[in-house]
Design a protein around this ligand. Structure first.
Ligand code: NDP
Length: 294
């Protein structure tokens, strides 16, 4: 069984980023990322801070806007417009989920698609479906694809089964795996909470992507021996033996599933580090595209 070490692959992605940043800086350009957080959800706050920290480590220009939970839709829209117009900012990310009074879809639509490094804007969703390489693909599925490629796992002709159909993970993952070319060319099945007899379908998977949000949901009964399993899940479960009182586990019951697999990602240390690395990479791509001289 091969353990797919996301941390190591993420380091490779970040090394490529450093190289590209050096080239851009030689042209007098510093890629800039603006991260906006509304409210005080602790998990979101932690994500936003780690994104900011990673920018600083790489020498990117980064701006963090932490707004109160009472911020209005209009105030948030005004900030997005200001960032759209700011030439020092090439990537804009509004951390999800915002408080319930905010219309998240409207905020996403207000972001300049050329700066939408999360890849959630309808223009970028369409570009992914159209296989237009100028678009931005959501960082987590992009990271999963890169993990497969870096681990020498052939997607061409493989049956990939995805559990989950969210716009953040499941759907873009399906589009990436079914796209033509390296890292794609798979036969893709997408499953969700209304799928009947899920284990019978997941047992057909050469590559199984779990993006459900339920701790240890995928068990031995879901796995075809020799399958490759990518666990996207990040779930907190109570753990009185840990200092924090909780620990992070994936959507896959790792101990039970790993012995059956050809390869599997751990949680933590699998998909998680890839997401942030691909965010950096998307920001650099945005900068490159916005500053390209023709
Ligand atoms: P969502 O809640 O948006 O989507 C979950 C999906 O799982 C839905 O499509 C849902 O089906 C499906 N599902 C729920 N229960 C079942 C079930 N019993 N059987 C089959 N399918 C089911 O979650 P996200 O896609 O945003 O995230 C999924 C997981 O990935 C979470 O743990 C999240 O924390 C993690 N995540 C990790 C990231 C990373 O960086 N590693 C980044 C983003 C997410 P239906 O559509 O029918 O409701």
């Amino acid at each position: 069984m091969q353990l797919i070490r996301g941390k190591e692959v993420a380091e490779t992605v970040l090394a490529e980023c450093r190289e590209e940043i050096a080239h851009l800086k030689a042209r007098g350009i510093t890629p800039g990322l603006a991260v906006v957080l509304v409210g005080d959800d602790p998990a979101s706050r932690a994500y936003v801070r780690s994104k900011d920290r990673k920018c600083q480590e790489l020498g990117l220009y980064s701006v963090r806007h932490e707004l109160s939970a009472e911020t209005t839709q209009d105030e948030l829209l005004a900030l997005v417009r200001q960032l759209n117009a700011d030439p020092a900012i090439h990537g804009i990310l509004v951390q999800s989920p915002p408080p319930p009074h905010i219309d998240e879809a409207a905020i996403v639509r207000a972001i300049d698609p050329a700066k939408d490094v999360d890849g959630f804007h309808p223009v970028n969703v369409a570009k992914l479906a159209l296989e237009d390489p100028t678009g931005f693909v959501p960082c987590t599925p992009l990271g999963c694809q890169r993990l497969l490629q870096a681990s020498g796992i052939e997607t061409r002709g493989a049956h990939a089964v995805i559990v989950g159909r969210s716009m953040i993970v499941g759907k873009p993952m399906a589009l990436l795996l079914m796209a033509k070319g390296p890292g794609g060319d798979a036969t893709v099945t997408v499953t969700h909470s209304r799928t009947q007899n899920l284990p019978a379908i997941t047992r057909q998977a050469d590559i199984l992507i779990a993006a459900i949000g339920r701790p240890h949901f995928i068990r031995a009964e879901h796995i075809k021996p020799g399958a490759v399993v990518i666990d996207v899940g990040i779930n907190r479960i109570d753990d009185p033996t840990s200092e924090k009182g909780y620990r992070i586990v994936g959507d896959v019951a790792f101990d039970e599933v790993a012995p059956l697999c050809r390869a599997i990602t751990p949680v933590p240390g699998g998909v998680g580090p890839m997401t942030i690395a691909l965010l950096m990479s998307n920001t650099i791509k945005a900068c490159r595209q916005l500053t390209a001289t023709t």
